[in-house]
Write a new protein. Structure first.
Length: 343
């Protein structure tokens, strides 16, 4: 991937990310998102390509990815900034293999090391794909949407995904809104839809297919994600953490997997066992008490719900232990942000 190097300025007084920050992120990206190593043997008529899902925080990108893949691989919650990593999900049907890339919502405030890492992930995702799905809420276009749209180049086909159409009470209002959107960017197509509607998902897959190049698949037909089970475990804990604490807990809380051991089935017909030890990292003692809850009830529930969902997702038995530690200011420390698994 070719890039142009520009000197970046510091974030402005509001902590917002500036255009030069974006250029600096692009200049530092040299990783091709296509899988390394030997590729599958080419088969005539196959199609395969990268499709980035982008949008502002909390607009429904992860829900859309899960629906497109047909299984939950990206965590969701009402809290903005739930997705913090590039999550790749594969869906193979007929001759076509779709490789979807879910991204964090682009951050325009909180100019800390964590948010710079998240924004670098977003910029990298849109720089090396075959198709972009720009997700907005149907009938809405906010300044946060505009800042994400400004990242998108004109050389990659881009679909406007007008999501959450089921929340629009007067469908007649959508047509003039779509005309306004066309004036903002040369969208290739408009796709009003709801990620919860299976027919809308099938229609979107059909639309995406024609933009993917004819080439051999990159993954086996039954693969759903390139992320490890260890990663999925940390994400599942974080999802339950956010869902059970709501707005009480700051977005900077994170999860570190300390142990992830797999034991084979003891007897034929039994399932394998995963033994997991996880640490929830918070910034203040008060947050630690909040996560633990009265007599430890909240952290017990986080563990129980994580175990149930992992057992369903990974088809195994799970034993999970959890602790809570305070690490003040970790989101402002670039070294610690990297040590916690953020790029």
């Amino acid at each position: 991937m070719s890039t142009t190097k520009n000197k970046a300025t510091e974030p402005d007084d509001t902590g917002a990310t500036t255009p030069n920050d974006v250029e600096a992120m692009l200049a530092g990206l040299h990783r091709d998102m296509r899988p390394a190593g030997p590729q599958l043997a080419p088969v005539e008529g196959q199609r395969c390509g990268l499709i980035a899902i982008v949008g502002k925080p909390n607009v429904g990108k992860s829900t859309l990815l899960n629906a497109l893949v047909g299984q939950k691989i990206s965590i969701t919650s009402r809290k903005a900034q739930t997705t913090r990593h590039r999550i790749t999900g594969m869906h193979t049907v007929g001759p076509t293999q779709y490789v979807f890339v879910d991204t964090p919502g682009f951050q325009t405030i909180h100019g800390n090391a964590l948010n710079k890492s998240l924004n670098k992930t977003v910029v990298g995702a849109v720089a090396d794909v075959d198709l972009i799905l720009f997700v907005v809420e149907a009938g809405s276009f906010t300044p946060a949407d505009a800042r994400v749209l400004a990242l998108l180049g004109k050389n990659i086909p881009t679909l406007l995904i007008a999501n959450k159409l089921d929340n629009v009470h007067r469908r007649g209002d959508i047509a003039p809104w779509l005309q306004e959107m066309q004036a903002k960017h040369a969208f290739t197509e408009f796709v009003p839809m709801s990620a919860k509607n299976s027919k809308d998902i099938e229609r979107l897959l059909d639309i995406c297919a024609k933009y993917l190049p004819e080439q051999a698949w990159w993954y086996a037909a039954d693969e759903l994600t390139d992320r490890s089970e260890r990663f999925m475990a940390s994400e599942m804990v974080r999802e339950k953490l956010f869902r059970l604490t709501g707005d009480e807990l700051p977005y900077t809380s994170t999860v570190v997997i300390d142990k992830f051991d797999e034991e084979p089935p003891a007897k034929k017909g039994q399932k394998r066992l995963l033994r997991i030890a996880a640490t929830i990292v918070v910034e203040r003692d008060g947050h630690k008490a909040m996560v633990i809850g009265d007599k430890g009830e909240r952290i017990k529930r986080i563990g129980m719900e994580t175990r149930v969902e992992l057992e369903k997702l990974l088809d195994c038995k799970v034993f999970i232990e959890m602790w809570v530690k305070v690490r003040s200011g970790w989101a402002d420390d670039e070294a610690r942000v990297r040590s916690f698994g953020y790029e």
